[in-house]
Design a protein around this ligand. Structure first.
Ligand code: ASN
Length: 332
């Protein structure tokens, strides 16, 4: 490529664009600063790439919703189809960054890099982490080795795959971790070095098309705890006409008998139930204490409950067959 790479930054808000009353901490408000101001503090970013910015939303990511995901997927696909766009960087709040990343991982159909980044400290804090994270996100987006790896999250000198990454700490700048597999790569002095590639299907191999959709199937999450009486929550989802439930179960996707009976009732009424786990590490496997085929459930594997929810929503845009949903959970 003789010209500099062209990276489009899609800004959505978050703490990276947040502003605090005090530069040393305390209360702050997300999404106060526009994309041009974010870029203005890191002029060196323009040595890496030609940058254009678009403000796609201005929210704390706790307010991220499906309408915005669908809008983002459409805009990403439009931009990446252009010959003069080489990759995208999305600035995003950290609370739901892993969910947006996984949603785009399955709905953006391009092998050009898409990198999400954010920050744990507001833009005007001392030692704000946002500017370096944004710089390194662009460095990752222009790195030739990033092509074909699906959607990535870059923070704290580290590159994570969308499927594996999770926000693990409430406040620390090293909050993003991939507890099962570790990062895809690291960044040092603008150089990105990858150690591994995502194996499961994504982006160009994904069967999910959302460009024509204005909403997604309704899937709720029910969280297990000792002595759970989550029957009420399951019944509420059934009564509200939800399409599916992800159960964030104990250990290997277990539930007590009360909740198990309610979940079986849900599948008998045509709802889809995914068995995920509230545990941080390891897969929910089919051969455990629950007989999935007898109960009509599908095991989430290594997806955490919030990502299993997204995969079920997308699966239900393509099929209502349990065996097909099972195949999808083994492939994506
Ligand atoms: N660190 C952050 O970005 C948290 C913020 N609540 C957000 O997700 O927008």
């Amino acid at each position: 490529m003789s010209r500099k790479p062209h990276i489009v930054i899609l800004a959505t808000g978050g703490t990276i664009a947040g502003s605090a009353q005090s530069e040393t901490g305390g209360t702050y408000t997300s999404a106060q600063i526009g994309v041009d101001d974010l870029l203005s503090v890191i002029p060196e970013i323009r040595d890496l790439a030609d940058i254009t910015g678009e403000q796609i939303a201005s929210i704390g990511s706790q307010d991220m919703d499906e309408a915005t995901w669908l809008k983002m997927a459409r805009r990403c696909n439009e931009l990446l189809a252009q010959d003069d766009v080489d990759g995208l960087v999305i600035t995003h709040g950290t609370d739901t960054m892993e969910e947006t990343a996984y949603f785009l991982h399955l709905t953006v159909h391009s092998d050009k890099p898409v990198v999400l980044t954010g920050a744990m400290r507001p833009a005007n804090a001392h030692s704000a982490d946002g500017p370096m994270n944004l710089f390194e996100a662009v460095a990752t987006a222009v790195c030739p080795d990033s092509k074909g790896l699906g959607v990535m999250v870059v923070t704290n000198d580290t590159v994570f795959g969308a499927r594996d990454v999770t926000k693990s700490c409430t406040t620390a700048i090293h909050t993003f971790q991939s507890p099962n597999f570790g990062p895809l790569g690291h960044i040092h002095a603008q150089t990105v070095e990858f150690q591994r590639k995502p194996q499961r299907l994504h982006t160009t191999d994904s069967e999910f098309q959302v460009d024509q959709l204005d909403k997604l199937p309704r899937v709720g999450i029910v969280y297990a705890h000792a002595g759970a009486d989550s029957v009420l929550a399951v019944e509420a989802f059934i009564a509200a006409g939800y399409d599916g439930i992800v159960h964030a179960g104990f250990g290997n996707g277990n539930f007590n008998s009360l909740v198990g009976d309610a979940l079986k009732k849900a599948t008998s009424q045509g709802m889809h139930v995914i068995r995920a786990s509230r545990a941080l590490i390891g897969a929910v496997t089919e051969a455990g204490e629950v007989n999935d085929s007898e109960c009509g459930f599908v095991a989430a594997g290594l997806l955490n409950p919030q990502k299993a929810r997204i995969l079920l929503q997308l699966a239900l845009t393509a099929t209502k067959e349990r065996e097909d949903i099972r195949r999808i959970f083994k492939s994506y």
